[in-house]
Design a protein around this ligand. Structure first.
Ligand SMILES: Cc1cc2nc3c(=O)[nH]c(=O)nc-3n(C[C@H](O)[C@H](O)[C@H](O)COP(=O)(O)O)c2cc1C
Ligand code: SF4
Ligand code: SF4
Length: 434
C-alpha cells in the first residue's frame, strides 16, 4: 500500500481527498462524520458576516440518463451564527487532530474586517484558511466573492491583509469567471498566498421551465444567476489548474477542485499539478462513503505504477501541457477500423461524411456483407469517428511515421521570419553594391 499522506503548503492530511467548502461542510456533525468516513480534510462552509439564504436554491442538469451531470446553486455562505460555527470547529479539530481542517472566509474588502475574522478563526485551532474570492452570486454589492476575485489588485490587497494577521497557511480560492485565471493566481501569490485552490463555480442558469416560463430554480417566480459545478465542469477546472501549474510566476501548491467524482479524476488533477483535490457535488450526489472507493482506487493505481507515495505523482503531466504553437505539425495519426469488432452501424461513416473529411468508404465483400474502410491518405486524424463509434476498440487511431522532422508552428514562423530577414539583408547588400 502506498503512502497517501500529503502536505499542502504545510497543512498535513492523511490522504489527498478533502471536502470542498459547501453544504457537506456546513456543521461539525457533518465534518466529523466525513472524517470518520475517510475524508482526509475539509474546508468549512464559508464564514463571514451574517446572511440569509433563499429557499429553493439547487438545480441539476441530467443528461441522457446520467443524473447530475452538472449542478447549479444560488446558495451563499454559511447562514449559521459565527459563534456556533467557531465552537463546532474547535470541537471537530480536537476530535480529529490528524485531519486537515481549513476554514473558508469571505468578508468585505476592508483590512480590519479580514484581521478580525482571521484572529477569531485561528483562535479555535484551524490548520489553515481559504479565502473565498469565488462565490459568483450575491453579495457583489458589498464587493465580496467573485466581485473581488475578478480584480487582481483586490485579490492581491486582501491576501496581503490576511497574511498580516494569519499564523496558519493561507489558500486563495479562485473564481473561474475570468478570462485568464493566471492573472488572479499571480495576484494571490504577490499578496503572499501559500497556496491556491480552484475552481469555484461557473456563472450559470440551469434552465427555463417551458411550461411555466420560470427559471430553474426560481424563488417565488424570480430567478438569478447561479454557480455551475459537478462532472460537466471538470475539463474547465483541469485546464485552469494546468495553466496555473505551468506558469512559473504562480509557483505555489494547488488544491484542485471541479467535477472530481472518482479516484481517476483525482489522479488527473494531481498529474496536472494539484497536491490534493476537493470534492463537493459528488459527495452531495452519493454521500460521504464515496471516499472509500477513491482511497482504494488511488492505492491500487499507485501500486500498479510502482509508486510508493502519492507525492511522486504530483505534476507529472504538467510539462506535457503546452501551447498549440509548440505542437509538432508533422505528427500524424489515422483511423483504422477493426473489421472483427465493427458492427457496421455506419455512425463513423455519417460523421466523417457529413462533418469531417469524407474518407470512410462503404464496401461490399465477396459474400455480399457490408464493411467500412478508411481511405487513410485522406484521413486527417481528427478522431471524430472513434469518438462517435459505439463499440469499444472498433476504431483505433494509429500513429503513422512521418518522413519530415518535427516542426511546430512557432518554429515554422521563426524560420520564415529569419528567411525574410536574410533576404532583406541580401537586398540591402545589393542596394549598397548598386
Ligand atoms: C450548493 C453549493 C454551495 C457552495 N458554497 C460554497 C461556499 O460557501 N464557499 C465556497 O468557497 N465554495 C462554495 N461552493 C463551491 C464548491 O466549494 C466547489 O468549488 C464547486 O462546487 C466545484 O466543485 P464540485 O464540482 O466538486 O462541486 C458551493 C457549491 C455548491 C454546489
Ligand atoms: S479520423 Fe476524422 S478524417 Fe479520419 S476517418 Fe475519422 S472522421 Fe474521417
Ligand atoms: S461506428 Fe464503429 S461500429 Fe459503427 S460502423 Fe463505424 S467502426 Fe463500425
Amino acid at each position: 500500500m502506498a503512502d497517501l499522506r500529503i502536505q499542502l503548503a504545510g497543512i498535513a492530511s492523511p490522504n489527498p481527498f478533502w471536502l470542498a467548502s459547501a453544504p457537506p461542510t456546513n456543521t461539525g456533525y457533518q465534518v466529523q462524520r466525513a472524517f470518520e468516513a475517510g475524508w482526509g480534510g475539509a474546508v468549512w462552509k464559508t464564514l463571514g458576516d451574517p446572511i440569509i439564504n433563499t429557499s429553493s436554491r439547487f438545480a441539476a442538469i441530467h443528461f441522457n440518463g446520467q443524473r447530475v451531470a452538472g449542478f447549479n446553486n444560488i446558495e451563499l455562505i454559511s447562514d449559521r451564527p459565527l459563534e456556533v460555527n467557531l465552537k463546532e470547529i474547535y470541537e471537530t479539530k480536537k476530535r480529529f487532530p490528524e485531519h486537515a481542517l481549513v476554514v473558508s472566509l469571505m468578508v468585505e474588502p476592508k483590512r480590519e474586517k479580514w484581521h478580525e475574522i482571521v484572529k477569531k478563526v485561528e483562535a479555535v485551532g484551524v490548520d489553515g484558511l481559504e479565502l473565498n474570492f469565488g462565490c459568483p452570486h450575491g453579495m457583489a454589492e458589498r464587493g465580496m466573492g467573485a466581485a473581488s476575485g475578478q480584480q487582481p489588485d483586490l485579490v492581491e490587497m486582501q491576501t496581503m491583509w490576511v497574511k498580516e494577521a494569519a499564523r496558519t497557511p493561507v489558500i486563495v480560492k479562485l473564481t473561474p469567471n475570468i478570462t485568464d485565471i493566471t492573472a488572479t493566481a499571480k495576484a494571490a501569490v504577490r499578496g503572499g498566498a501559500d497556496a491556491i485552490s480552484l475552481i469555484n463555480t461557473i456563472n450559470s442558469l440551469a434552465g427555463v421551465d417551458i411550461d411555466t416560463w420560470n427559471t430553474i430554480p426560481h424563488v417565488g417566480g424570480k430567478g438569478a444567476h447561479g454557480g455551475y459545478c459537478g462532472p460537466a465542469v471538470k475539463p474547465i477546472a483541469l485546464n485552469m489548474v494546468a495553466e496555473c501549474a505551468r506558469n512559473p510566476l504562480v509557483g505555489v501548491p494547488i488544491s484542485g477542485i471541479g467535477g472530481v467524482s472518482s479516484w481517476r479524476d483525482a489522479v488527473e488533477f494531481i498529474l496536472m499539478g494539484s497536491t490534493g483535490v476537493q470534492v463537493c457535488t459528488a459527495a452531495m450526489h452519493h454521500g460521504f462513503s464515496i471516499v472509500e472507493d477513491m482511497i482504494d482506487g488511488l492505492n491500487n493505481y499507485l501500486d500498479e505504477k510502482g509508486l510508493k507515495s502519492v507525492n511522486e505523482l504530483i505534476g507529472k503531466s504538467v510539462e506535457r501541457y503546452s501551447d498549440w504553437g509548440d505542437l509538432d505539425l508533422n505528427y500524424a495519426v489515422v483511423a483504422r477500423i477493426e473489421q472483427d469488432t465493427c458492427i457496421v452501424c455506419n455512425k463513423c461513416h455519417i460523421a466523417c461524411e457529413d462533418t469531417s473529411h469524407q474518407c470512410i468508404e462503404r464496401h461490399i465483400d465477396d459474400t455480399g456483407a457490408a464493411y467500412l474502410k478508411v481511405r487513410e491518405e485522406d484521413c486527417v486524424g481528427c478522431n471524430l469517428c472513434s469518438i462517435v463509434c459505439p463499440v469499444e476498440g472498433a476504431i483505433e487511431m494509429v500513429e503513422v511515421p512521418s518522413m519530415e522532422p518535427a516542426l511546430s508552428w512557432n518554429q515554422r514562423q521563426a524560420a520564415i521570419a529569419s528567411l525574410g530577414k536574410s533576404n532583406d539583408s541580401d537586398d540591402g547588400d545589393k542596394k549598397e553594391a548598386v
